[in-house]
Design a protein around this ligand. Structure first.
Ligand code: ADP
Ligand code: MG
Length: 588
């Protein structure tokens, strides 16, 4: 039942002149279709939506009697009291959209409910009803908006080029299509069908169809309580946040809290750039504030920590799996898919029948989009079809026990074989990780009594280090060093932490002193940074490894909280699948 909200409730709702551009009208109409339970939504625009917008759905429709009410300001069927506001699950609730759109356009709505033999056709010009009649119609609703802003010249001028406005609308529909994969979305621009999704609930295939750029990154499924979706492996990042789409209860939102949580979830495994992350988050309706300006994407969480923990926890679980080990290799192998996209983009014609991906790409290119620059270190990989359904796939945590030693090359890289893939470990990165966790743990386990040395050693520091505050000396003592000023820029070490070997202890202490120069003060983050830096110096003490040492290193790495990257975010190991190898030999 569509009712007009009483003024008390209406006043509590963030008011908004909702319609600023064609895309805002499309957004409202599509949200209405989603709220109406549509299975198919067709969006057609001409001239960037300026001259023509059509949104057709097969949802519940509006009865003849209510067709006019729907256009009254604050007329909505979605809430009726102030308490409803806390439990809102539908996308609309202000009851303003149809009123606002019809006020600035020539609007036609044809609609029929399932239980009515005939439908209603209502036409409004500038918000005034011009005609209303019964008509035959499919179940559902079609809204046609023509000549947007014909009666508000100021706003008409505010619009950008047709191409820009079209691009904004297409991008919006892509986002809805990714979020509502049970709904079939069809996008038509100036008479050409750009895409039509399957509506079969398969998120990954929609991402692949609409965001081939994102899908080229090795996508790892995320599936946890309240948080699902896909993220890239830590080695495949983008230079911008364009690959980050966050949906909270079906709304696309922008939120620095979620961005941070994603980053945290990667546990320092991001070396550079921003990981791709398409995440669907569900939150109790009364813990989010949806009542901000309808045109804005910000969201307020009443329990920020809960959201942060849920998101970072889900991402963390996903990156701690084999699926998230960065892929190396296959740099020069042509990727037929990629090539066809590039050709399409450059020449505007494809030798192959134009795939849907290609046509969207072509479109977006023609709309003058800039391409993402990718991290050149890794060749991005496609997700295989079998990872395809996020509701069933839950990758298992990475299992070091399944690895067998296969070789050691360039005095640096350890080759291990898994079931169907090779793993190449970087000995130095692995060592750094092991040291880092060992030293952090050592530091955190309160003070250790030094392990006395038979022969003391000295470390020399640069003059400026010798003259700075000696807080770093206390840090080292806290870690279990017996260390003292020995005069003449020298410190003497008579005992070392019990969890270090002498070579490590020497490198670490020297590194720590030097690192202390750059970081003043001894709070936790500083100490963490100092330890991170000095690990490197400890590692340098090791060169060629024996098989026994390799075995030991692998065991220690397996016990790490985060065995996947060194403390600086470089991967400790990468994966080459047998499929990659077969492809290199053109077997596949
Ligand atoms: P709101 O969505 O905030 O309720 P709108 O002005 O967008 O307000 O729509 C007013 C009302 O019209 C909705 O509450 C809904 O009952 C009805 N309505 C609008 N669009 C559709 C549609 N596509 N299908 C069915 N009902 C619709
Ligand atoms: Mg609405």
């Amino acid at each position: 039942m569509i009712k007009v909200l009483d003024s008390f409730v209406a006043d509590k709702i963030a008011a908004g002149e909702v319609i600023e551009r064609p895309v805002s009208a499309v957004k409202e109409l599509v949200e209405n279709s989603i709220d109406a339970g549509a299975h198919t939504i067709i969006v057609e625009i001409r001239n960037g939506g300026k001259s023509y917008i059509r949104v057709t759905d097969d949802g519940c429709g509006i009865s003849f009697d209510e067709a006019e009410t729907a256009f009254l300001r604050h007329a909505t069927s979605k809430i009726s009291s102030i308490t409803d506001l806390d439990n809102i699950i539908s996308l609309g609730f202000r009851g303003e959209a149809l009123a606002s759109i019809s006020a600035v356009s020539r609007l036609t709505m044809v609609t029929r409910t399932g239980d009515s033999p005939s439908g209603a056709k209502i036409i409004l010009h500038g918000g005034q009803v011009v005609s209303k009649e019964r008509t035959g119609a499919n179940k559902g609703t079609t809204v046609i908006v023509e000549d947007l802003f014909y009666n508000t010249p100021a706003r008409r001028k505010f619009m950008k080029s047709d191409a820009r406005e079209a691009s904004a609308i297409i991008e919006l529909i892509q986002q809805y299509a990714v979020c509502y994969t049970d709904i079939r979305f069809m996008m038509i621009n100036n008479g050409a069908t750009l895409f039509s999704t399957a509506g079969d609930g398969n998120t990954l295939s929609v991402i692949k169809m609409l965001y081939p750029d994102l899908a080229r990154h090795g996508l790892v499924p995320v599936s946890d309580d309240g948080v699902s979706g896909f993220i890239s492996d830590p080695g495949s990042t983008m230079t911008t946040r364009k690959g980050q789409l966050f949906f909270v209860n079906g709304r696309l939102v922008s939120s620095s809290i979620i961005e941070k949580a994603v980053e945290e979830g990667y546990c320092g495994r991001i070396f550079s750039g921003f990981p791709v992350s398409v995440l669907f988050i569900s939150a109790e309706p009364d813990t989010i504030d949806v009542n901000i300006h309808p045109g804005k994407r910000e969201i307020r969480f009443l329990r920020q920590d809960d959201i942060k923990n849920a998101v970072s926890g889900a991402v963390r679980k996903a990156v701690m799996t084999d699926a998230a080990v960065p892929k190396g290799f296959v740099k020069n192998i042509e990727n037929p898919h990629k090539d066809s996209l590039n050709n399409t983009a450059k020449e505007g014609v494809s030798e192959q029948p134009a795939s849907e991906q290609a046509s969207i790409r072509e479109y977006l290119f023609s709309l003058d989009r800039t391409e993402e620059k990718e991290d050149p270190a890794y060749e991005p990989s496609f997700v295989s079809e079998e990872a395809a359904d996020i509701r069933t796939v839950k990758p298992a945590p990475f299992d070091f026990n399944e690895l067998t030693f296969k070789g050691y090359v360039f005095n640096t890289y350890i080759i291990m074989q898994g079931r169907d893939e090779l793993y190449i470990f970087d000995q130095h990165a692995a060592h750094e990780r092991v040291f880092y966790e060992k030293f952090m743990q050592g530091y955190n386990d309160s003070s250790h009594s030094p392990q006395p040395l038979l022969t003391a050693f000295t470390i020399n520091v640069s003059p400026d280090v010798y003259s700075i505050d000696r807080e770093w000396l206390n840090d080292l003592r806290h870690m279990g060093y017996d260390i003292e000023d020995f005069g003449d820029r020298t410190f003497i070490v008579r005992g070392i932490p019990p969890y270090m070997e002498i070579g490590e202890a020497e490198g670490f202490a020297a590194g720590y002193a030097e690192a202390a120069r750059e970081a003043g003060g001894a709070n936790r983050t500083v100490i963490d940074k100092l330890i991170m830096k000095s690990c490197k110096s400890a590692v340098k003490a090791h060169d060629k490894l024996s098989e026994l040492e390799i075995d030991d290193l692998m065991k220690k790495l397996a016990q790490c909280d985060n065995p996947y990257s060194c403390p600086h975010g470089r991967p400790t190991f990468i994966k080459v699948t047998s499929y990659d190898i077969e492809r290199s030999f053109r077997r596949k």
